[in-house]
Structure formats: structure tokens, C-alpha cells
Design a protein around this ligand. Structure first.
Ligand SMILES: [Zn+2]
Length: 424
């Protein structure tokens, strides 16, 4: 797991509790403990930024009263709360009286041992409660503190801290984008989950399925357990760790991943690195694409220089040409007055730096880039989606074609001979 990266400057998130009270501590106070966060999180199979955010909440990321990076055991922070007489120790404010036996070789009077025990406890609490939020609310910070801080306020603060970290690509390394393999097409029941590839859904047969975890592609965080009959739309599956003979991990529309069996491993995914190597033409070919509509054709393209490429939902979409992302947004189904309504749900516009104009990629089901991002040809933009049938709508926006080429010529210049594909 790659080490976490941190923002520059100070922590702007507010401390938990009533009122606006930003932490204001330098992020270097947190980053100085790396790689201990990622090592401990890797060992316990929890998100490293969760542990780093908790360290901020627990101790302003300090192990010692002196605020130094090193210190003696009697300089370690020890605090007694209103729950019991046993002190909370160090950077993660763990209570060895209750929890040392969980990880006997972790010396909580060292930063390494303290963070390891904190991460292990979170793993256990998540297993018991079904999500990291529940783990905080019910186990790590139960009850309302004397200053009025509720368990939910801790959750909110940790979320805000992780969002602050996420802006720097905090956990990108452990949640990479995936290539979409072919769907097998058979219904399969594994433990308490029903996988329905034809419908592209998974459904839980029981309530409170704790071992089923969801990971968000930004943060790899867990979510609340599935309830009975809950159905999740999924796009495709990837290969992960085999559990009970099943090694398929479903990828949901929002990028979450779902898997069966009592595992807490993050998926070990092989496959092409689409963020670097694939081209749009290769992705279209791999998806069995046919051209369903061309530029200025009368059905719905009468006024646009645009193609509809029919591909299954979830097809990875590498950028056609290098440039800068000038638009990346989702448009709601009820946003009828929105100028981008026809491009829903997801729209990305890339402004070419090679004189190829503004390229609109529409109907995306997932977006992996942000406005202002400078990208190469082949950078993964997101996944294709569905609008009147699964397809990618690719458009050259009018007025931005400095080199004087039309879209067909631009595609050809990028090695994408549209005429080599069948019409459908
Ligand atoms: Zn179209």
C-alpha cells in the first residue's frame, strides 16, 4: 500500500462539538507518523486515512505531551474520560486495560504499537458493528461527552478530515480503477448473496450482512450492512480473493465494491492499467462496439458533430486526446432545465491541448476525473452508461476546433478509424 499523502498547510476541519473551531494544526503533525498509519492499516485491513483522521481527533496526532516526534514512556499522553477509570493512552487514545490482550506485542507507549492497536480495534469494531461509522458511534466514542460532543459529531469530523486528505489522492493506490471483464451471464448464489449477472444486480437474502463490505473508490470505506432483499445495481465483476470458492467482487454503479464470504481483504486486482495504456479505440474494440449513430444524422444528432458508440454499461472510457478537463459532472434525472440534461447522467468535457477542440463524453455511469485535471490520451475518464440504450455519446463541441478538423478526422488522427467498425 502506498503511503498516504497529505495536504499542505493546516487542518481546516472543525473540532467535533458545538461551534466552529478549526483544528489549525499543521498537516505535517499528521504526516510525520507515516508510514506507521499505512502499515498498521494494512495489517488490520482498514483504510489508512481513517486511522490518520482518528489520530487527529484523538490527540491532534500527538503521542507525547511534549508534542515531539520521540519521547519517553512517561511523556506519553494519558487521559481519563467519564466512562471508566482506565486511562486512554497516546496518539490513538487506546485503553490497554481493556484491549492490550487483543494485540499483546503492540507497545502502546510507542507510536508504532499505539497506532497498530488502534487500527486493530477498529477492525474488530467494524466487524462487530458493520461499518466504521457504527464502530465510532458505538465503540470508540459512545455517549455524549461533557462538552456536548455526540458520537455522530466524531463521525462527521472524521469524514471531514478524510475529505480534506482525499483531495490529495489519499487512497488512490489501494482503490484503482478496473478493467471490465465479460459478464458470465449465469445466476449464482453464494452464501447469502444472489448474484444476477443478466440483471446486473446483487441481492442480500438475510438481514444485517456484516461480512459484506462496500468500498468506495475514493476512500475504500465500509458501509452499513445489507438488509434483506436489498438490491444493488452492479456494473461488472473483478477477481479478488477467493472466499468459499467465490472470487468475484462486484462493482456497483457508484464505484462501490461488494463481495461475499467472510473476508476483509481488499481486492487484489490484476489487469491492464487503463489509466496509462489503453486507447479509446482499444476500449471500444474490447467492448464489441458498433456505431449506432454518426455526426449530423437525423435521429438525435442533427445539430452535433457527434457519434454514438454502442457499448455495454461499465465500459472503461480512456480519453481520446490529451488535454484539460473543463467539465465533469452528474446531472440528476429530474433536472429538466439543466443545459446538460441531454448528457445525463455523467458528462465530462476535455479541452484538447493539440488543437482538437472540446470533446464531450456523455451518459457516463461513473466519472474518475475532476475539473482542472490535465490528462494524457488514454487516461481513464470513467465508465460508460445508459441513455436510451447503453452507449457512449462522443461530441466535438462547436466553436472549439482550432485545427479545423471534424470529429471523424480527429478520431482518425488519434488512431481511431470509425469506418473500421460495424454500424448497428
Ligand atoms: Zn448521441
Amino acid at each position: 500500500m502506498a503511503p498516504l499523502t497529505f495536504p499542505a498547510g493546516t487542518v481546516t476541519t472543525d473540532r467535533p462539538g458545538p461551534g466552529n473551531n478549526p483544528y489549525g494544526i499543521p498537516w505535517t503533525n499528521v504526516s510525520r507518523w507515516e508510514p506507521l498509519f499505512t502499515q498498521a492499516a494494512g495489517e488490520a485491513h482498514v483504510p489508512p486515512q481513517l486511522i490518520a483522521a482518528m489520530a487527529v481527533v484523538e490527540s491532534d496526532a500527538n503521542q507525547y505531551r511534549t508534542l515531539q516526534r520521540t519521547g519517553t514512556p512517561d511523556e506519553v499522553i494519558g487521559a481519563v474520560d467519564n466512562l471508566d477509570p482506565h486511562p486512554s493512552i497516546g496518539i490513538m487514545q487506546v485503553k490497554p486495560f481493556f484491549h492490550q490482550a487483543t494485540l499483546p506485542d503492540a507497545d502502546v507507549f510507542t507510536p508504532e504499537g499505539n497506532i497498530r492497536l488502534g487500527a486493530r480495534l477498529m477492525r474488530i469494531f467494524i466487524d462487530q458493528t458493520g461499518s466504521w461509522e457504527n464502530a465510532i458511534r458505538e465503540k470508540y466514542h459512545p455517549g455524549v461527552s461533557p462538552n456536548g460532543t455526540t458520537p455522530q459529531m466524531y463521525v462527521d469530523t472524521i469524514n471531514a478530515l478524510m475529505a480534506e486528505m482525499g483531495g490529495t489522492g489519499g487512497d488512490g493506490a489501494s482503490c484503482p480503477p478496473f478493467a471490465a471483464p465479460a459478464l458470465e451471464g449465469t445466476l449464482k448464489v453464494v452464501n447469502e448473496l444472489v448474484f444476477h449477472p443478466a440483471r446486473q444486480t446483487v441481492r442480500s437474502k438475510v438481514n444485517g450482512l456484516n461480512a459484506r463490505q462496500f468500498a468506495n473508490t475514493q476512500a475504500c470505506l465500509t458501509r452499513a450492512p445489507l438488509h434483506t432483499g436489498e438490491t444493488i445495481n452492479v456494473l461488472y465483476w473483478v477477481r479478488g480473493e477467493a472466499v468459499g470458492g467465490e472470487d468475484r467482487w462486484w462493482v456497483a454503479e457508484d464505484g462501490a465494491r461488494i463481495w461475499s464470504g467472510g473476508t476483509h481483504e481488499t481486492p487484489d486486482v490484476a489487469g491492464p492499467d487503463l489509466s496509462r495504456t489503453a486507447t479509446l479505440v482499444e476500449a471500444m474494440r474490447a467492448a464489441g462496439m458498433c456505431v449506432s449513430q454518426g455526426p449530423f444524422e437525423s435521429f438525435s444528432h442533427a445539430i452535433c458533430d457527434c457519434y454514438d458508440f454502442a457499448v455495454p454499461v461499465g465500459t472503461p472510457l480512456p480519453a481520446l486526446a490529451r488535454g484539460e478537463v473543463v467539465e465533469a459532472r452528474f446531472v440528476a434525472e429530474d433536472a429538466i432545465g439543466d443545459p446538460d440534461f441531454v448528457y445525463r447522467p455523467g458528462k465530462v468535457t476535455v479541452r484538447s491541448t493539440d488543437g482538437f477542440g472540446d470533446h464531450v463524453y456523455a451518459h457516463l455511469s461513473r466519472i474518475d476525473v475532476g475539473v482542472g485535471q490535465v490528462l494524457e490520451a488514454g487516461t481513464l475518464l470513467g465508465l460508460s452508461g445508459d441513455r436510451n440504450g447503453p452507449h457512449l455519446h462522443l461530441q466535438l463541441d462547436g466553436g472549439h476546433s482550432p485545427a479545423g478538423l471534424n470529429l471523424t478526422q480527429i478520431l482518425a488522427a488519434a488512431g481511431f478509424d470509425v469506418n473500421a467498425f460495424p454500424r448497428c
